[in-house]
Design a protein around this ligand. Structure first.
Ligand code: GLU
Length: 298
């Protein structure tokens, strides 16, 4: 079977060395196997994504010398497909509307000592809206109260084969999606969530090897559950280490890490970025746009 990988950035800012590493990792795994490398823009969050970042991503990847096969998939162009997937889950009674505000949830959580947290660090939803009657739901919807759609995790895990596993490096890993609780699959302010869209798109794009940072490994449990519920194939996974700065902190936009644009403007070449992305994986300090920390060539 031919390998199909993808790079799936969210256009919420400019790419930095961490993204370059992720893109090169996915690209490399496809190209070394004579497979296909696809590009997807995960722009489902209207509040955070900007078209200028999407354009800049394509430009930066081309500058790096990456080529992708076929058209770029842009999630915001496919909203009816995500709605159809949500409808299928709803028809099986696996979704419910949640009218809670963040404050409602936090208040409830503060009342219960030792409230559980999901593997991504967020508090598990305490289930306030799970038990609302159908009449109550309909009257709140009719009154225009904004709502999200949550997966009823207990019903979902009962409806899927158990236990589920995902495959990574030839080994089977047992999934425990229940640790996430009733996750949001359609937000109040966005028509579908990351978890739904990424799983849907990996299926429709025929991705056979999902490569991404190891911070997303726990989410894979949830993605396997959605794949099982919706009858989508199970790709293999390769979670790579995240690049860190000199103090061991993960490279992040919010810390003002140098973007590929900054590096390019300061005369850094794509070959140096490739090299640094590879070295960075082993803990080397990232390139600095001002050149101050740029490795000196002997
Ligand atoms: N859009 C996600 C991100 O930028 C990547 C998701 C994935 O690779 O599964 O973090």
């Amino acid at each position: 079977m031919s390998i199909v990988t993808r790079f799936a950035p969210s256009p919420t800012g400019y790419l930095h060395l961490g993204h370059a590493h992720a893109a090169l990792f996915a690209h490399g795994r496809a190209r070394e196997a004579g497979g296909r490398f696809l590009l997807r823009l995960e722009d489902i969050d209207p509040g955070r994504c900007r078209p200028e970042y999407a354009d800049a991503i394509l430009d930066d990847l081309a500058w790096l010398g990456l080529t992708w096969d076929g058209p770029v998939r842009v999630q915001s162009h496919h909203l009816p497909e995500y709605a159809a997937a949500l409808d299928r889950l709803a028809a099986r009674g696996l979704l419910y509307p949640c009218f809670c505000t963040r404050a409602d949830i936090m208040r409830e959580i503060s009342l219960s000592a030792g409230a559980p947290h999901a593997p991504d660090g967020t508090p598990v939803y305490p289930g306030l809206c799970r038990g609302l009657s159908e009449d109550e739901r309909q009257s709140r919807i009719a009154a225009g109260t904004p709502y999200a759609l949550r997966l009823d995790m207990a019903a979902a895990t009962a409806a899927a084969p158990h236990p589920l596993h995902f495959e990574e490096a030839g080994a089977q890993h047992r999934c425990r999606p229940e640790r996430f609780g009733d996750v949001v699959l359609a937000r109040k302010d966005a028509p579908a969530s990351y978890h739904l869209c990424v799983t849907h798109d990996d299926a429709v794009q025929g991705i056979t090897l999902v490569t991404r940072g190891e911070d997303l490994r726990p989410a894979t449990d949830l993605h396997r559950l959605l794949q099982a519920l919706l009858g989508w194939p199970a790709p293999c996974y390769a979670h790579h280490p995240l690049l860190t700065d000199a103090s061991g902190r993960r490279l992040a936009k919010r810390d003002g890490v140098a973007t590929l644009r900054d590096l390019r403007a300061s005369g850094v070449t794509p070959a140096e970025v490739w090299q640094q992305a590879e070295k960075g994986r082993r803990g080397a300090p990232p390139l600095d746009p001002a050149g101050a920390r740029r490795p000196q060539t002997p």
